[in-house]
Design a protein around this ligand. Structure first.
Ligand code: PAF
Length: 281
């Protein structure tokens, strides 16, 4: 009988060779999701693993005035796209299957990471995300999971979840896929009318300008705050309602200073649609 003293040894002994690579989604898939599936396919290839995707619009991560009811549900089309991109299995539970009883046990990410930026404008959002992802992980038991870098803060929250709970899952980050004009692909882009769609790439343009100004220096807190305020004002002048445009440390999303690797993050409303984007500086 083996007597194992370390977690890696325990895991090596327990891990079957065929745990899948997992891509959780809320459906209404676009090229960004399909790129995650292809990335999963590659990660799965060496060891002959399967690629599993989930489709579940998770009520827990929507606020009372958010778009849970109007969030597009396009299951049939999604399943076809997933099959075409090389996915082996789709898990698409209904609410009763995933939440057969009220989900009163939740995963609460730390306020320092989860109550800032998105979390400041969407209270409870990251608790909803962390809870469903933890539950989906228990269902799928993946070897690795792929999350888009477009949801930069979500990626950091989920990396923390995996680390803090010592989950034997490798988190892979998928680069953001953009339209030719720079707009990050998102299911919510479908809400934009024609004029808004033409304006939407300005969010990424604002981040690029902010990043360039930060690189030019001086990289002090006071200058950062000035640049952030100017960037928000410029978007407001174009008819946007910015929630934040912010330069943060990549590692923990705290306000950046000096030469620490940075990321510029933004969320802003254009008409009825709230868009987010980011750019590593
Ligand atoms: O990024 C998403 O689509 C969702 O937040 C996720 C990770 C599938 C959890 O519902």
């Amino acid at each position: 009988m083996p007597l194992l003293g370390t977690l890696p040894a325990l895991r090596a002994a327990l891990a079957g060779p065929l745990r899948p690579v997992f891509v959780p989604t809320m459906g209404n898939l676009h090229e960004g999701h399909l790129a995650l599936i292809r990335q999963a396919r590659e990660a799965a290839a060496d060891q002959g693993r399967a690629v599993v995707a989930s489709i579940f619009v998770n009520r827990l991560q929507f606020g009372p005035n958010e778009d849970f009811d109007r969030y597009p549900r396009t299951l049939e089309r999604d399943v076809e796209l997933l099959a075409g991109a090389g996915c082996d299995l789709v898990f698409a539970p209904d609410e009763a299957a995933l939440y057969p009883e009220p989900q009163v046990y939740t995963v609460q990410p730390p306020a320092a990471l989860a109550d800032i930026l998105e979390g400041a404008f969407r209270p409870g959002f990251f608790t909803g995300v962390a809870t469903v992802v933890m539950k989906l992980f228990q269902c799928v038991q993946p070897h690795a999971a792929v999350f888009g870098q477009k949801d930069y803060q979500q990626l950091r929250v989920l990396q923390g979840l995996v680390r803090q709970f010592a989950l034997p899952i490798e988190v892979l980050a998928g680069p953001t896929v953009r339209a030719a004009d720079g707009l990050a692909l998102s299911s919510r882009n479908g809400y934009l009318d024609e004029a808004e769609r033409a304006e939407a790439p300005q969010l990424q343009a604002a981040l690029q300008a902010l990043a360039a100004a930060w690189r030019a220096g001086p990289r002090t807190a006071a200058h950062r705050e000035q640049l952030e305020a100017e960037a928000a004002a410029a978007l407001r002048a174009r008819g946007w309602q910015p929630d934040y445009l912010s330069l943060r440390r990549r590692e923990d999303l705290q306000p950046v200073e000096g030469d620490t690797p940075a990321v510029a993050l933004a969320a802003a409303r254009l008409g009825r649609t709230r868009l987010i984007d980011n750019l590593e500086v």
